[in-house]
Design a protein. Structure first.
Length: 201
């Protein structure tokens, strides 16, 4: 098995269980943008220093300013982050600090801004427009960026442009889904790889 396929064993196995969610996402065309409530999520799932917090605030402020009519949801895993978000953005964004179903969320969102971890990879492989803040540098995130499955940026202006494109450019949406599907189809089934390995022992 190729190294890149092994790296994605976990993510590809998860994606196989997401087919129903993927179909829901693929059925939602850009033509529905004006008729439905668009959603996008920022994942703040890693503790950050003050400098990083300042950058995150700028990104959130830009999104609030540029997309006043869309629903904005932030998943916050840490008490300190949740308190700071409420102080700065209470009433302007929806803050979720309790455990949630990843599958349910990914079946509903139009765009995701992630830290670069597992959820970011899952979203990208499902063909959901995904922006990585690269808060947790890793080989999987790097591979997905190089293959143009996800976009890496910490620039509020570029992130805003990517969100706008995700919500309004049908061709971009279609190409991203096609790329994601092609990449996932190239992965080996991790279950079969494990079976071969066990039988070879």
């Amino acid at each position: 098995m190729k190294e890149k396929d092994y790296m994605f064993a976990n993510e590809s196995e998860i994606i196989e269980n997401f087919h129903s969610a993927l179909e829901k996402i693929q059925d939602r065309g850009v033509g529905d943008v004006e008729e439905t409530l668009n959603r996008f999520i920022t994942f703040l799932d890693k503790k950050t220093n003050n400098e990083k917090n300042i950058e995150l605030r700028k990104i959130i402020e830009k999104i609030i300013s540029d997309f006043p009519n869309e629903e904005k949801i932030i998943l916050s895993r840490y008490k300190g982050q949740t308190e700071e978000l409420k102080r700065n953005f209470n009433g302007k964004i929806k803050i979720i600090s309790k455990p949630v179903s990843g599958q349910e969320i990914l079946s509903k969102v139009d765009c995701i801004i992630g830290s670069g971890g597992t959820m970011t990879a899952e979203a990208g492989l499902l063909g959901i427009p995904t922006i990585s803040l690269n808060a947790v540098p890793n080989r999987i995130e790097d591979y997905l960026v190089k293959n143009k499955i996800i976009v890496r940026s910490e620039s509020p202006n570029r992130i805003s442009r990517e969100i706008f494109q995700a919500l309004n450019d049908e061709n971009v949406m279609k190409k991203r889904k096609q790329k994601a599907r092609k990449l996932v189809s190239s992965f080996e089934d991790p279950y079969q790889v494990l079976l071969r390995t066990i039988r070879a022992l």
